[in-house]
Each structure stands twice: as C-alpha cells, then as structure tokens.
Design a protein around this ligand. Structure first.
Ligand SMILES: [Zn+2]
Length: 238
C-alpha cells in the first residue's frame, strides 16, 4: 500500500480515538446536566414540602393558643357572672358564655381533626424526606463520579489531540490534503474507507464505478466515492 495511505489510515485511527473521547465527554456532560436538573428539582420540592408542613403546624399551634385564650375569657366571664347582681347583666353574660362555649367546642373539634391529619401527614412526610434525601445523596455521588470521569477523559482528549497534531505535522501530500478537507467539513468517520466486494464503498455501501475502482487501485491520486465523497482505497491482498 502507498505510504501516504498507510499514514492516513494511522492518522484516521488517531482522529477516531480523539473523536470517541470527545463524544464520551459530551455524553457525560449531558448526563451531569440531567442529574443537576433532577437534583435542583428534588431540592425545590423538598423545600416546598417543608414549608407546607411548617404552615400546617403553625396553623395548629395558632388554633391551640386561640383555644387557651377563649377558655381564659370564659373563666373570667363566669367569675363576673357570679358576682353580678343585675338580672339583665347576668343574662347577657349567660348568652355570651353559651356563645363562647360553642366556639370552644368548634375549635376543639377542629384541633382534634388537625392533630389526626398532622400525625398521619407527618409520618408520610418523614418517610418521604428520608427517601428523598437518600435519592439526593445518590445523585450527588453519581455526579461526583461523572465529574471525575469527565476530567480524566478531558486529559486523555487533550493528549490525543496533541498526538494527532504531532503525527500530522509532517504530512503534506494530496491524500492528506483531501482528508483534511473532508475532516474540516465534518464528514462522518471513517473518512477513508476500503472498496469492498462488489465494488462497494464501505462507507455508504453503494456501488462505485469501474473507473473509480481502477483509479483507486492505481493509487496515484486520491479517489472519492461518487455517492458519499469519502476517500477510497483498495485493500491489498497478501
Ligand atoms: Zn461512499
């Protein structure tokens, strides 16, 4: 095989390795972003639930202290009622006390219902918090692992790119020129492919003309596939 082609195949495999690393870095990066999104979503939900739970507890305590104050008022009114001499005043206090007792009863019922609800709710909430915090911990661990994998891959990628540059710095033949044009255009790898059985380009798997096969066999100038534009070569049989 032509030396230029041999070098190109070597360059292509170096390029391919660097490209694989780059792809892996991109995938890891996307995964990290997904995990970060999930983490902040869970954290926001956790805060929201905490606040709602606190709100319910506050409401419960506020009702309880309102109950205490109503009970204190009732006691005071009863004492006043005992010392009153006027029938009218006595009756008015009697009505006010009955009213207060109804309010106290309603509030007691409300507090009992709330307490019941709070206890059930709190149990479920605590369980949920424990599960969520475990999930968060796992997500953080996974993120840490991915960040470290990404970092090491980035180091590898930089080394691979340097290796490619070192290798190609001395290449300057028509085959190499054709390869770099295709690479610059973002042609999908592999860029240089063998012609396989049935005169097919092994890049796009379509047939190439007999003329192209003949030129590629002579191997004096770069030959491209008429269909996909990849560089073609003929594998030598040993
Ligand atoms: Zn092709």
């Amino acid at each position: 095989m032509n030396l230029f082609l041999q070098q190109l195949l070597k360059l292509q495999s170096l390029d391919q390795m660097a490209l694989d690393s780059k792809k892996q870095i991109e995938n890891i990066h996307a995964e990290i972003e997904r995990i970060q999104g999930k983490t902040s979503q869970l954290e926001a939900y956790l805060t929201q639930k905490q606040q709602s739970m606190q709100q319910q507890e506050l409401q419960y305590h506020s009702n309880a202290s309102q109950l205490q104050s109503l009970e204190a008022t009732l006691t005071k009114q009863k004492t006043r009622q005992l010392s009153t001499k006027k029938m009218e005043e006595y009756q008015a206090l009697e009505n006010a006390n009955a009213d207060l007792k109804r309010k106290i009863e309603d509030l007691e019922n409300q507090i009992l219902t709330d307490l019941d609800y709070l206890e059930t709710e709190k149990k479920a909430y605590m369980q949920w918090v424990a599960t969520t915090q475990r999930d968060l911990k796992q997500l953080q661990l996974r993120e840490k692992q991915l960040l470290s994998a990404k970092q090491s891959l980035q180091t590898t990628y930089v080394q691979q790119c340097a290796h490619v540059s070192d290798f190609e710095i001395h290449l300057q033949d028509p085959f190499y020129e054709a390869y770099t044009i295709l690479r610059r255009c973002g042609k999908a790898f592999p860029i240089i492919v063998p012609i396989i059985k049935g005169n097919q380009c092994s890049g796009c798997h379509l047939s190439v003309s007999g003329d192209t096969v003949a030129k590629a066999t002579r191997n004096t100038q770069p030959q491209c596939c008429e269909n996909c534009g990849r560089l073609l070569f003929v594998e030598q049989k040993n």
